[in-house]
Design a protein around this ligand. Structure first.
Ligand SMILES: *[C@@H]1O[C@H](CO)[C@@H](O)[C@H](O)[C@H]1NC(C)=O
Ligand SMILES: *[C@@H]1O[C@H](CO)[C@@H](O)[C@H](O)[C@H]1NC(C)=O
Ligand SMILES: *[C@@H]1O[C@H](CO)[C@@H](O)[C@H](O)[C@H]1NC(C)=O
Ligand SMILES: *[C@@H]1O[C@H](CO)[C@@H](O)[C@H](O)[C@H]1NC(C)=O
Length: 904
């Protein structure tokens, strides 16, 4: 303190006061120093005041916003908010707008590349890679993904597989001893009489080495055989069983064609090959031969000879005559995956059950039509030519497609033309038999799935993309075209990751092993992680044969119809401008979800867009895949079986999709599971220029982006409800028809049982009606729910591109809303679970979807009901109707909007 200056100032002012005159005003203005202490005090108070205000403001805000958000939902919804991870900065309002969906789509449109696709195709097709035999391809796939910045690992399972050792098929003539019983005994026991058997025809069982086709000349190529076929040698009489589907066998039973103790020749097509073997085995057959009939390559008109538009491969696009379709004969509709570990993962040391519930106990072999013709010809004139059986393409080679067996003179059966034998059979001194050797080696062996993960901002909402890697041979179409598409997609993800992309939802990439034997790699993985997947997965997108031609064939769970068609609309068809023939609906080709003659009626898909024409006029999809697809029918099939989505869709109830570009009606014949499904064929005929490989990568990429990058999961619950409604109506139609037929046929039986039947029919019919009412309720609520979801999506899209940090409550508000909707959307399909599983095939847990019991490939809808109606078990129809009704009620409750506390 400066005492001197203070004294001087006081003295100064005093002197001014004392020197006043009369004019001096009474009140004078005395200049004073600003009072600094008072100034300091104001600032502090203001600061404290503001601090106080802010505290009060946020406390009120907390009370008004946070408390209701955190507590109220616990009272009104089953959601446990404390279990939910804290809002991520990017959820649901992406801050990173410079890498928004539009930018990502642009990268997706620009990255996949035909030259690269060709390179990957060349790599994967250059070496043999049957399940469990090529570890280096697993390592290569893993390393590629890691080079794109995707963390990956190889997951190993130890599974039962068989590999071919030797095979032989011959038509032999055995001198009869004259004693029929002794002959039969000899035939049945398989005892050889080599010296007396004269070989009439020796099947080559080899596919020709073709110039220009490297793989067909490779020493590593796999002999022709059936995966999971039984080891064994038999010599027996033989019959022809047509397609060997449910109906054909029923007809053979009615005609009393002897199958017991004989070998059955079956034609590929209509149903999964393992079920042909199952049908024969159930009737006591001792072996099965399955051949490819060339007529099935040209369903729109077999013109004979080379057929179609050209010469056989390699000169033209027709079928190479020696080509053979390998493949698994597992009973796929009963149980996929390792046959020794139903319902759990095949890790080393786990207990194993008897595999023969799921795979055949009689030997079988696949053959070409060249090998089939001489054998079928022997049957000419014996047995029947059953009504409604399609003749095949071997007519030119003298085959008349009789059932046989040789020497079989049937009685005339009601309504069926009996054969008029042209030869004398029973009196013949010799017997014509078929000698079948199938030597295979069963072994427990490791297989390798490759799993890659891109962590998203939301870790408990996961989109899985899968494709298998194993092939019977080169497998340029099956599955290399799919693996190539997935590789291009992962490279695209790599480009996005380079720009600091973090997807909103987590992405898992899978390269499965062991698919060809029975979806082994994927099923074991799903079995190992079922609880986790059911809790976290949003969708599974499968791709298998990405392309063998230019026509899209699509299958999907109804929830994803819109995701699928939106993706189709976004992509240009590579051949949009050029002329093309009609879509192929062939049967000999592996169908994604086969066009089939159903045992149980209508498993066809839903035509999602009835007003397609209007749709086209209104919007510009010119040249898009959607436009071309809808011209070719525009149907999305339900997912059936035959590829890796089965574990996801039917066991873990995760909405799945699958697609394949297939050949046109007069396009190149796809040499499915043959040596000629090779790089050379693909380059020349399947997809010249690898354009559809690229289109497939983009199509699946679009689906992934719309599933991972939109805040509200873009599923349509309305589509699901519509689907249930349509298929329930079909099931009821089938019920009514069957019930009517039963009533008529039971008129002659006892009155008592009649009354019981009528009661049972009545009760189950009423139950189905109630189920219909529940589904109608579900539909009403699903429509409201979808409107709400669309409105919320719109609201979020309309927000400023970036929500500033200080409006954090806005982020929180939307985060809470979106999370609650997503929880309902994500678990909607899971409500249709029935943990006890379907009757007789307990691994399948979905009450709406399952592989068709007697088709394998195509899907059955409401399998419980349809199978019970089929077997006329009316109490069981009622039981299933009640089970499904419970699921529908659950699903309806889970999405009721008045349970949402923020209802506008
Ligand atoms: C595995 O595949 C690669 C590439 O296709 C090939 O080079 C290699 O020879 C194959 N390995 C075996 C054991 O067949
Ligand atoms: C496979 O069958 C043949 C006879 O058909 C038999 O000699 C061989 O021992 C069998 N192999 C196995 C592993 O059972
Ligand atoms: C992804 O997330 C998991 C679990 O949150 C973590 O263990 C893993 O390291 C993450 N991976 C990458 C590549 O960041
Ligand atoms: C019909 O289904 C019931 C179960 O609902 C089952 O107990 C019964 O054995 C079945 N009847 C026949 C004849 O299969």
């Amino acid at each position: 303190m400066n005492i001197g200056s203070t004294t001087a100032a006081v003295a100064g002012s005093r002197s001014r006061i004392t020197s006043h005159s009369e004019r001096t005003p009474l009140l004078s203005v005395v200049p004073t120093r600003r009072y600094s202490r008072r100034h300091r005090s104001t600032t502090c108070t203001r600061f404290c005041y503001i601090l106080f205000q802010v505290t009060i403001f946020y406390s009120i805000l907390y009370l008004l916003v946070l408390i209701p958000l955190r507590i109220l939902p616990e009272w009104s919804s089953p959601l446990k908010w404390r279990d939910i991870p804290p809002p991520h900065e990017r959820y649901p309002l992406p801050k990173n707008k410079d890498l928004g969906l539009e930018r990502l789509v642009k990268i997706l449109d620009e990255t996949p590349d035909a030259a690269k696709a060709k390179q990957w195709s060349k790599y994967y097709t250059s070496g043999a890679h049957v399940a469990g035999k090529n570890y280096s391809q697993a390592v290569w796939t893993k390393e590629k993904w890691e080079s794109y910045g995707i963390k990956s690992e190889i997951v190993e399972y130890e599974v039962l597989l068989n590999y071919p050792v030797g095979h032989r098929l011959a038509l032999v003539e055995r001198a009869a001893t004259g004693d029929a019983m002794e002959d039969d005994a000899a035939a049945e026991s398989g005892k050889e009489k080599p010296k007396e058997d004269k070989v009439l025809f020796e099947a080559s069982l080899e596919e020709d080495e073709v110039p220009g086709n490297e793989f067909s000349q490779s020493k590593d190529r796999l002999p022709t055989f059936h995966g999971y076929s039984a080891n064994g040698t038999v010599t027996a009489e033989f019959v022809y069983g047509g397609y060997c589907d449910y109906d054909s066998f029923k007809q053979l039973d009615e005609l009393k064609v002897p199958i017991q103790g004989n070998i059955v020749l079956c034609r590929y097509g209509l149903i999964f090959r393992g079920l042909k073997v199952l049908g024969a085995q159930d009737r006591g057959a001792v072996g099965v031969i399955i051949f490819t009939d060339p007529a099935d390559d040209y369903p729109d008109g077999w013109s004979g000879g080379g057929g179609g538009n050209g010469k056989p491969y390699p000169e033209g696009s027709g079928r190479q005559p020696s080509s053979v379709q390998r493949g698994s004969v597992q009973f796929l509709s009963l149980r996929p995956g390792d046959p020794t570990t139903p319902g759990y993962a095949s890790k080393p040391g786990v207990p194993r059950t008897d595999e023969h519930e799921a795979i055949p106990s009689i030997p079988s072999l696949p053959i070409s039509y060249l090998d089939a013709a001489p054998i079928l010809k022997v049957l000419n004139g014996w047995g029947y030519q059953p009504e409604g059986w399609k003749k095949g393409g071997l007519v030119d080679r003298g085959v008349d497609y009789w059932t046989g067996p040789v020497g079989f003179e049937p009685e005339r059966v009601r309504g069926v033309e009996a054969s008029k034998p042209t030869k004398t059979g029973s009196g013949k001194p010799t017997k014509t038999l078929l000698h079948l050797e199938n030597i295979v080696e069963y072994t427990l062996t490791p297989i390798w799935d490759v799993i890659g993960i891109i962590n998203g901002s939301i870790s408990d909402e996961i989109v899985v993309i899968g494709n298998h890697r194993d092939a019977w041979n080169a497998g340029a179409g099956d599955p290399v075209s799919g693996s190539t598409a997935v590789m291009e997609l992962s490279r695209t993800f790599g480009e996005m990751l380079k720009k600091d992309w973090k997807p909103l939802r987590t992405i898992i990439l899978a390269s499965w092993d062991g698919e060809e034997y029975g979806l082994v790699g994927s099923t074991e993985w799903v079995e190992e992680h079922r609880a986790f997947l059911m809790q976290n997965a949003v969708a599974y997108l499968n791709i298998d044969v990405a392309t063998s031609g230019p026509w899209l064939d699509a299958a999907s769970a109804p929830l994803m119809y819109k995701v699928f068609t939106d993706a189709m609309k976004a992509i240009k068809d590579p051949l949009a401008g050029s002329k093309r023939d009609l879509i192929h609906k062939g049967e000999s080709v592996r169908p994604v979800a086969a066009a089939m003659k159903p045992v149980i009626p209508d498993s066809e898909g839903i035509n999602v867009y009835q007003d397609r024409e209007r749709d086209h006029n209104r919007q510009n999809y010119k040249g898009s895949i959607y436009e071309i697809w809808s011209k070719g029918g525009g149907i999305i099939q339900p997912v059936g079986s035959g590829s890796d989505f089965v574990g996801f869709q039917d066991i873990a109830l995760i909405p799945s999709s699958d697609f394949s570009f297939r050949q046109g009606a007069s396009g190149a014949v796809y040499h499915y599971h043959s040596n000629y499904d090779s790089f050379d064929w693909m380059e020349k005929f399947g997809d010249p220029g690898f354009k559809y490989h690229v289109a497939a990568a983009k199509l699946i990429g679009h689906m992934v982006l719309s599933l991972t990058e939109t805040p509200v999961i873009p599923f349509s619950l309305t589509d699901y409800a519509n689907f249930l409604e349509k298929h329930l109506n079909q099931a009821i139609d089938f019920f009514d028809k069957t019930a009517k037929a039963t009533a008529t046929s039971s008129l002659t039986t006892e009155v008592n049982s009649d009354i019981n039947i009528i009661k049972g029919v009545h009760r189950s019919r009423e139950s189905l009606t109630r189920l219909g009412e529940q589904i109608a309720k579900l539909k009403k609520i699903a429509v409201q729910f979808d409107e709400e979801a669309v409105a919320l999506t719109q609201e979020i899209n309309d927000l400023d591109p970036e929500v500033p940090w200080y409006r954090w409550w806005q982020s929180l508000h939307y985060w809470a809303k979106v999370k609650e909707l997503n929880n309902k959307i994500q678990f909607f399909e899971r409500k249709f679970v029935y943990e006890d599983g379907l009757d007789g095939r307990e691994v399948f847990k979905h009450v709406v979807f399952a592989p068709g019991l007697w088709t394998g490939y195509s899907g059955a809808v409401f399998p419980g009901i349809l199978e019970s109606v089929e077997s006329r078990n009316w109490t069981n129809v009622e039981r299933w109707s009640e089970i499904i009704q419970k699921c529908v009620i659950d699903a309806t409750r889970s999405i009721e909007l008045d349970r949402l506390n923020y209802k506008p």
